[in-house]
Design a protein. Structure first.
Length: 179
């Protein structure tokens, strides 16, 4: 599915990809695929996330926490409280450390809790998308707090594109188990 460039595509891609992710989670549970994620045999998998996430829960928590970033970013800036997307002390060069902190923060979170948190945050993020017009989402310089990006690009990155990432990761895990 191409990267969304309008509100209707953003909503559709987010809902379709979330449904695909959920179907994959149901498959994982039905097949009792509860082993730890291990991608160490993949020489092409050099990005930090391949080693960071140890189980399905970590992947879901990652999505949930990025929803939280998105929601706080939008809500606070709309309320006149200037806030960057990434919280201090992180920036786009160090956000990998932030992602590691999410895993640590949720060490005691169960898979069921992670699924519930993610479902709730996905719903809240969809409601936020609905609250904006197409122009507000996909026209540059509508909101000063989005910098050189459109507001929609933050939603795409935190929702539909991030769901695609999670689907690819879980599919790679399944493939590893059956190869």
């Amino acid at each position: 599915m191409p990267r969304p460039t309008c509100k209707s595509d953003l909503l559709e891609a987010s809902q379709v990809n979330f449904a695909k992710l959920w179907d994959l989670l149901e498959y994982v549970e039905a097949e009792n695929i509860t082993t730890r994620l291990d991608f160490s045999d993949g020489p092409k998998r050099k990005e930090a996330h391949w080693a960071r996430d140890k189980d399905v829960k970590d992947v879901l928590i990652h999505l949930y926490e990025w929803h939280q970033l998105l929601i706080a970013f939008v809500m606070n800036n709309q309320a006149g409280q200037a806030q960057p997307f990434l919280p201090e002390p992180y920036n786009w060069r160090t956000y990998g450390e932030m992602n590691i902190s999410f895993v640590k923060k949720h060490e005691k979170t169960t898979l069921e809790e992670a699924k519930s948190l993610l479902q709730d945050s996905h719903g809240r993020a969809l409601q936020l998308v609905e609250s904006f017009s197409n122009e507000e989402l996909f026209t540059k310089n509508i909101f000063g707090w989005t910098g050189n990006n459109t507001l929609g690009s933050y939603f795409v990155s935190s929702m539909s594109s991030h769901y695609e990432w999670a689907i690819k990761k879980l599919n790679a895990h399944i493939k590893n188990l059956y190869s």
